[in-house]
Design a protein around this ligand. Structure first.
Ligand code: GLY
Length: 584
């Protein structure tokens, strides 16, 4: 005879299944914690904080701060970013906007000479290129409003990494070599990031004592230690002594903004992504709406790439025309994200012929910047965060005595209508420079929420971020593994320049020939691009999988609850990774 004790769970399981079928509850909570980030030491920093009793949001603070130390070419406390959060207890979703702002003394033509021509590199190298950083304010905000641990616990791994150092890896050396001339222009940057004016040798232990001091001050006193007081005074003095225009008022007035994420629907999935001042969510929405009108089903590879490229072209054209900081300019959001608009926009796509983008502009450099990480904790809290200092090593300027490497995010403004920025992106008045305005971004941290699976993903890569996330989310909707999502070959179209850019081996010669026959210019790239970090939660089994892009040195870890809170040994590393030794 069955006991009452046996019947109770059977009944509740029945109710649970009904609710699951109705989409009210997830079938199984995550069986693990998971982190995927662009650097093994940052992934470890996040895991340590989870072990210490933190949730995904505390881990996000730890990973962001650790990346600021070990991946200074991508992000840092002198930069900005977007943190997309999902709180499991009440389903609250928010985008924490820690994007940089233009200094109050900034003005529309600040990078033009007396003839109205763009002054070469003025918005890329040196402190005049730097927006007011948002990362310290965002980390303090996330810790205070969403985390469980005090800031000094979550920042501890990053402080140790900055104080004791970390071994220089091949990517660091490559990036430092790429920005060598600019780094040498700043004595403090040169002292912090180079050895004898050269990229440090492989394995060299890179210590950043000034940065450790600044992080320690933030850990002790919160964000005000960065935006007021001695650190702020030194930053303003350093910036102004080297041609910049920051004032103490700029730092005092910086505020994080909580924004409602953009939500699109696509084939039974809810796509949650970044809102303005990132263009990511809106451009993705437009393309997904066009895809609902022109599905990819049954198309061969060339027709599929052609259709997607035409939709990318149209999405980026609207990005250039309409998008900017919606706190400053009126953006026709409802229209741009409507299905009717997308249907009309896609109506002139010819299945056999490319539509020319009228004018061609040449980008000045490839995107090797920015960083992304994804986190899921066993309670179901999630974070997708994309952070940046813009170009590799940002402005290549460190304010003396602070250890803070400044961003060069001002280049993400349209410094002159129609003139391409470092990523070949053009813009209009909507993204013109104004005091206090946030520059338009492409960073697109994203959740893909389906009936069976939730995927957390994102990537760096300048103007190509949005199309990488698009291809990744289409794979997620198709149910592909996270390993596939982060590794599959990529292609990109951004309206101008009018061409499809293709990763090595992403498309066969036959497909490329067919695209050319349809009238596309195809540029085969010599190097792969992107550094996607993805986590998937299978809602029926509770199984978690995570993957880091094989193109780089990132590390993903899935730590089952049964493993307890001991130091995980599941951090996957590629052969070229530095050995991590900071944990004590
Ligand atoms: N700086 C890269 C971006 O925000 O899109």
């Amino acid at each position: 005879m069955r006991s009452a004790r046996y019947k109770a769970p059977t009944w509740s399981l029945f109710v649970f299944c009904l609710l699951f079928a109705a989409g009210v509850v997830a079938a199984r909570p995550p069986a693990s914690d998971a982190i995927a980030s662009a650097h093994p030491l940052a992934t470890e920093a996040g895991l340590l904080v989870l072990e210490a009793g933190g949730n995904a949001f505390d881990a996000a603070v730890a990973v962001s701060a650790a990346l600021a130390v070990v991946e200074p070419y991508s992000s840092g406390i002198g930069g900005g970013g977007f943190w997309l959060l999902h709180r499991a207890s009440d389903g609250h979703q928010v985008m924490v906007d820690g994007r940089e702002r233009a200094p109050l003394a900034a003005h529309r033509d600040m990078y033009l000479d007396e003839h109205g021509d763009v002054v070469s590199r003025a918005s890329i190298d040196g402190p005049l290129a730097a927006g007011i950083p948002g990362v310290p304010a965002a980390l303090a905000h996330i810790a205070q409003h969403y985390g469980r641990l005090p800031l000094d616990v979550s920042l501890a791994p990053a402080i140790i990494l900055a104080r004791d150092g970390f071994p220089v890896d091949a990517v660091y050396r490559r990036m430092a070599g790429f920005r060598l001339a600019a780094l040498r222009q700043s004595a403090a940057a040169s002292a912090q990031f180079l050895v004898g004016g050269e990229p440090p040798p492989l394995g060299h232990r890179l210590q950043q004592p000034d940065l450790a001091d600044t992080l320690e001050a933030i850990a002790r006193d919160g964000a005000q230690a960065f935006y007021t007081g001695e650190v702020a005074r030194r930053m303003v003095a350093g910036v102004r002594a080297h041609g910049g225009i920051w004032s103490s008022r700029d730092l005092q007035q910086y505020r994080v903004v909580e924004r409602v994420p953009v939500v699109a629907r696509y084939r039974g999935h809810r796509i949650v992504s970044a809102s303005l001042p990132s263009s990511g969510g809106l451009v993705l929405t437009q393309i997904l709406n066009m895809l609902e009108a022109h599905p990819l089903d049954g198309l061969n590879r060339a027709d599929r790439v052609h259709l997607l490229a035409e939709m990318m072209r149209r999405g980026y054209a609207d990005r250039a025309r309409y998008l900017g900081d919606s706190d400053f300019v009126r953006v026709p959001l409802a229209r741009l994200s409507s299905r009717v608009y997308a249907r009309r926009k896609a109506s002139d796509i010819d299945p056999d012929q490319a539509t020319p983008s009228a004018v061609v502009a040449e980008p000045r450099a490839e995107g090797q910047d920015t960083t992304h990480f994804s986190i899921l904790d066993h309670e179901g809290n999630r974070v997708a965060a994309t952070l940046s200092v813009n170009y590799p090593f940002g402005a290549c300027f460190v304010a003396p005595g602070t250890g803070v490497l400044l961003n060069d995010e001002m280049d993400d403004f349209s410094v002159k209508p129609g003139v391409a920025n470092a990523y070949g992106l053009v813009g209009s008045q909507a993204n013109a420079i104004e005091p206090g305005k946030r520059m338009l971004s492409s960073m697109s941290p994203t959740f893909v929420e389906g009936p069976d699976r939730i995927t957390i993903l994102g990537t760096p890569g300048g103007s190509r971020i949005i199309t990488m996330v698009l291809l990744g989310l289409l794979d997620a909707v198709d149910g592909r593994s996270v390993e596939d999502i982060v590794s599959r070959g990529r292609f990109h179209h951004q309206f101008l320049p009018d061409r499809i850019e293709v990763e090595p081996d992403a498309l066969s010669d036959e497909v490329i020939a067919e695209l050319q026959f349809k009238g596309h210019q195809v540029r085969q790239l010599n190097d792969p691009y992107g550094n996607m970090q993805a986590i998937a939660w299978d809602l029926r089994s509770g199984r978690i999988s995570a993957a880091s892009d094989p193109r780089a040195i990132g590390a993903s870890a899935v730590v089952p609850l049964s493993a307890g809170r001991t130091r995980p040994d599941g951090v996957a590393r590629s052969a070229s990774d530095p050995v991590s030794t900071f944990v004590r």
